[in-house]
Design a protein around this ligand. Structure first.
Ligand code: NAD
Ligand code: GLY
Length: 371
């Protein structure tokens, strides 16, 4: 078992990475949560369908009374109604502040159960057990919890750091290929912005020609090492800028255009990670157009994208919809978007005044593949 300590103003908390959820999780509960009296595990029907016996066996070994709350799968269930449903269960189960909510699932469950934990009795103990790559390398770490409201993503939320994170990379073995690709988009982002070694290891871990190469890759030792590296980076970033004032904005690389693609597609077709992947290529193209970055850097990254089956083009959609969505970007400031661009691998830079024509040109370039 490997441990990373995330240090934040709210609290320091351990991130355990272990392939033995069923053995190690109960040990840690008994050791670190001696004064807790109950565990409420929140999951979704899809994950519960796969891991029901594992979850039940593991909870049985925790020597604490426990309850399982199952929410329907899907982003559309990350809402206030489902939060209220969970609040109701917590009241029914007579849950107190020292008791534990465990979020067992992907980012949707983590954000929803985390939001509930942050507000019920003004904050009760929260453990994340992320079961997707997105959850393991990103959403469980750093304390952002939220629900969607009125059709707007993550608009009602909190910063609420968990009390423990338990990552078992073997949960990724049951992910569908689309969910693997979704997660790899974020992993590649860490490689481009913070640590080239991640890109090297990704390349190394993949056998180019095999059709099921991504499934093999997530089972590899190298991939477990990659998860560890990504978690360390996310913990470091959250430590430096817990409340997302400045440095943490680096995590937004590829997201400015990525969010616009998602919104132009009305959140259908491409996953978040896929949209961000295409968005990162546009950000690199803009960097090249502005003379910040060499074209060879993009070519090298494209080679990795192809191995990982990451989308590098924007689908042909109404370009006005993409451009229009730019003004809703959270990092929108004084009428101009704050872009994270690159001067090279691991050389990110914030640029505030990117010319609109340059942005549109590079969106078109990505869509129609012209030089
Ligand atoms: P998700 O939670 O919807 O999971 C994706 C799919 O995989 C779902 O169908 C889920 O049921 C399924 N799944 C989960 N674990 C599985 C497993 N082990 N085997 C098979 N299937 C499994 O989506 P996600 O990509 O994990 O997370 C996206 C969500 O996370 C979004 O709501 C996003 O806003 C949020 N997010 C939050 C942060 C943050 O910092 N809080 C960061 C990134 C994303
Ligand atoms: N996922 C972006 C952040 O945590 O800031």
């Amino acid at each position: 078992m490997r441990i990373i300590t995330a240090k934040t103003k709210a609290r320091d908390y351990p991130i355990y990475i272990s392939q033995q959820f069923s053995e190690h999780f109960p040990l840690l509960i008994r050791k670190n949560f001696k004064d807790s009296e109950k565990i409420i595990l929140v999951t979704n029907d899809k994950v519960f369908g796969i891991y029901e016996s594992n979850i039940k066996n593991t909870l049985d070994k925790c020597s604490l009374p426990h309850e399982i709350v199952v929410i329907r799968d899907g982003e559309e269930n990350k809402n206030l109604q489902k939060a209220e449903y969970i609040f109701g269960k917590l009241v029914d189960f007579n849950v107190h502040r020292n008791d534990i909510i465990t979020a067992f699932g992907g980012g949707v469950i983590g954000d929803l159960a985390g939001f509930v934990a942050s507000t019920y009795q003004r904050g009760i103990r929260l453990i994340h057990c992320p079961t997707t790559i997105v959850g393991q390398v990103d959403s469980s770490i750093g304390g952002k919890v939220a629900v969607n409201y009125s059709g707007i993503k993550n608009i009602v939320g909190n910063f609420y750091q968990p009390h423990m994170i338990f990552i078992d990379p073997t949960f990724n073995h049951t992910l569908e290929e689309k969910q693997i690709i979704n997660g790899l988009g974020e992993v590649v982002k860490y490689g481009i912005i913070f640590k080239k070694k991640i890109l090297d290891k990704l390349s190394q871990s993949i056998e180019d020609k095999k059709e099921d190469r991504l499934f093999e890759m997530v089972r590899s030792d190298i991939f477990r090492e990659i998860i560890y590296m990504c978690c360390s980076i996310k913990a470091m970033v959250a430590q430096k800028d817990e409340f997302d004032i400045s440095y943490r904005n680096l995590l937004n690389f590829g997201h400015t255009i990525g969010h616009c693609i998602e919104s132009a597609l009305e959140f259908k077709g491409l996953s978040h990670g896929e949209a961000v992947s295409a968005g990162m290529i546009v950000a690199i193209d803009i960097s090249v157009s502005l003379g910040l970055c060499k074209k060879e850097v993009k070519e090298w990254i494209l080679g990795i994208y192809k191995k990982l089956k990451l989308p590098y083009r924007i689908p042909e959609i109404d370009i006005d919809k993409i451009v229009c969505a730019l003004k809703y970007d959270k990092k929108f400031k004084t009428m101009q978007n704050k872009f994270v661009l690159i001067k090279g691998i691991n050389k990110p830079v914030f640029i505030y005044d990117v010319d609109r024509g340059v942005i549109i040109d590079n969106i078109k370039k990505s869509m129609y593949n012209y030089i």
